[in-house]
Design a protein around this ligand. Structure first.
Ligand code: FAD
Ligand code: UDP
Length: 371
C-alpha cells in the first residue's frame, strides 16, 4: 500500500513505523522544518531544550512503556512542580505538603476536615464546571490561590466556563508525595525526545519531506495515495466548513543565561493573575544539570489566543466543541473515506504522549483500515 502520513509528531511517527514494518511504502510530510511535532527537543549550549514546552513522559501502560524503551533510555526524573503565588511557594500537586503550607495542618484528618469545611462554603454537590470541581476536591483557599487565576490565564476563560475534567488531571493526595503524576512509569529520555522520532522514522521504506504542507496540495495527495493518515487539524482539513474548533495557543520565550542555576527546579508555576506567563521551565533540571555547569536555559510560557495560522496547542474539549468535532468526524467518514484522522489535533483530544502512542498503535495494527 502507498501510504501518506501527514505530520511527523508522535502519532504520525508511530503509525509510519508500524505500517512500514507491516510492508507499506510510507511517505511522511511535515509542514515544520523539523520532525517530532511538539515533543521536539534541541541542543542549546549542551542542554536539551523542550522547544514546545515541558514534556515529561509518564504512563500506566506496560505496553507503551516497553514500546518507547526501543528508542531511548529514560532517566529517573519525577516531576515535582512548585507553585509561586505572590512569592509564597507551594508544592503541587495538591498533597499534605500543600495543605501544611496553606493551613499549617500536619495530619491527613486535619487536612480533610479543613477541605470538608470549605466544600460546604462552596456548596458543591455535583460539579458541573472546573470551579465547582476544584472546590469539591480541595476547598476554596487552594482554589483561590493555586487554581482560579492560573486557569483563567491558561485558558482565557473563567473556570466556571471550563469542563471539570481539566482539573482532574492533577492528583489530590493525603500523603506527603509531590509527584505530579500517579503513573507507574515516568522519566525523561536521556539526550531528548527528537531521537525517539528520528529512530522511529529510520526505515528504508519511509521517506520524510519537511516544509511540506498537505493542505496546499490536498487534491493531488488524495489522488496519489491509497491511504492517508492525517494528524493535523480536522477542521482545517475541511476548510473550516462547519466552523472553526476552539484551541488555545501558547508563546514560548526562551533565554540562555550566564548563571548555573536560575530557579532550582524544572517547572515553577506562577498562579497569580498579574504575572503574564503560566510557568517557567529550566530545562537542565530535566537531566539533573548534565551538559553545562556554567549556563542555563529557561523558557517562559505565555498563554495566547488561537487564531487561524497560530499553533493550536490545546483542544478545548467543552460540549460545544466536542459536538462540532463529531460533526466533522461524521462528515469525514463519507467525504474523505481514504483518510484516517488521529493524534491530538486529528482526534481533537487533550492527549498525553502515552495516549497518543497507544492510539497510534491501535490504528496501525488494525489491518482492516489498511486494506
Ligand atoms: P503534534 O506533536 O502536534 O504533531 C502533529 C504534527 O503534524 C506537527 O509536527 C505539525 O506541524 C504537523 N502538521 C499539522 N498539520 C499539517 C499539515 N497540514 N501538513 C503537514 N504537517 C502538518 N504530554 C505528556 O505526556 N507529558 C507532558 O508533560 C506534556 N506536556 C505538554 C506540554 C505542552 C505545552 C503541550 C502543548 C503538550 C504537552 N503534552 C504532554 C502533550 C504532547 O505534546 C502530545 O500528546 C503529543 O505531542 C501529540 O502528538 P501528535 O503527533 O498528536 O501531535
Ligand atoms: N492548574 C492550575 N494550577 C496549576 C496547575 C494546573 O489551576 O498550578 C489547572 C489548570 O486549569 C490546568 C489544569 O490544571 O489547565 C491541568 O494542568 P496540567 O499541568 O495537566 O496542564 P498542562 O501541562 O497540560 O498544560
Amino acid at each position: 500500500m502507498k501510504l501518506l502520513v501527514v505530520g511527523s509528531g508522535l502519532f504520525g511517527a508511530v503509525v509510519a513505523r508500524e505500517r512500514a514494518l507491516a510492508g507499506d511504502q510510507v511517505t511522511v510530510i511535515e509542514k515544520r522544518d523539523h520532525i517530532a511535532g511538539n515533543i521536539y527537543t534541541e541542543d542549546v549550549a549542551g542542554i536539551q531544550v523542550h522547544r514546545y514546552g515541558a514534556h515529561i513522559f509518564h504512563t500506566n501502560s506496560e505496553r507503551v512503556w516497553q514500546y518507547v524503551q526501543q528508542f531511548a533510555t529514560f532517566n529517573r526524573f519525577t516531576n515535582q512542580v512548585i507553585a509561586n503565588y505572590h512569592d509564597r511557594l507551594f508544592n503541587l500537586p495538591f498533597n499534605m505538603n500543600t495543605f501544611h503550607q496553606m493551613w499549617g495542618v500536619t495530619t491527613p484528618a486535619e487536612a480533610q476536615a479543613k477541605i470538608a469545611e470549605q466544600q460546604q462554603a462552596g456548596a458543591t454537590r455535583r460539579p458541573h464546571n472546573l470551579e465547582e470541581q476544584a472546590i469539591a476536591l480541595v476547598g476554596t483557599d487552594i482554589y483561590e490561590t493555586l487554581i482560579k487565576e492560573y486557569t483563567a490565564k491558561q485558558w482565557g476563560r473563567a473556570p466556571i466556563d471550563l469542563p471539570a475534567f481539566i482539573i482532574r488531571r492533577l492528583p489530590v493526595r493525603f500523603t506527603y508525595d509531590n509527584n505530579y503524576f500517579s503513573d507507574i512509569h515516568q522519566g525523561i529520555p536521556v539526550g531528548g525526545y527528537t531521537q525517539i522520532v528520528a529512530k522511529m522514522l529510520k526505515l528504508p521504506t519511509i521517506s520524510v519531506q519537511l516544509n511540506t504542507d498537505f493542505l496546499t496540495k490536498k487534491a493531488a495527495y488524495l489522488a496519489d495515495y491509497d491511504r492517508i493518515v492525517y494528524s493535523g487539524m480536522i477542521d482545517a482539513f475541511f476548510d473550516y466548513q462547519f466552523g472553526a474548533l476552539g484551541y488555545r495557543s501558547l508563546r514560548f520565550a526562551t533565554e540562555l543565561l550566564d548563571t548555573p542555576n536560575f530557579q532550582g527546579n524544572a517547572v515553577i508555576n506562577y498562579t497569580d493573575a498579574e504575572t503574564p506567563y503560566t510557568r517557567i521551565i529550566e530545562h537542565k533540571h530535566f537531566e539533573f544539570g548534565a551538559g553545562n555547569r556554567q549556563q542555563t536555559v529557561i523558557t517562559r510560557e505565555y498563554p495566547a489566543i488561537w487564531t487561524p495560522g497560530a499553533e493550536p496547542y490545546y483542544p478545548i474539549n467543552d460540549p460545544e466543541n466536542d459536538a462540532l468535532f463529531q460533526q466533522y468526524r461524521q462528515y469525514a467518514a463519507t467525504a474523505a473515506p481514504k483518510v484516517i484522522f488521529g493524534g491530538r489535533l486529528g482526534a481533537y483530544r487533550y492527549y498525553n504522549m502515552d495516549q497518543v502512542i497507544a492510539a497510534a498503535l491501535q490504528v496501525a495494527r488494525n489491518e482492516q483500515l489498511f486494506k
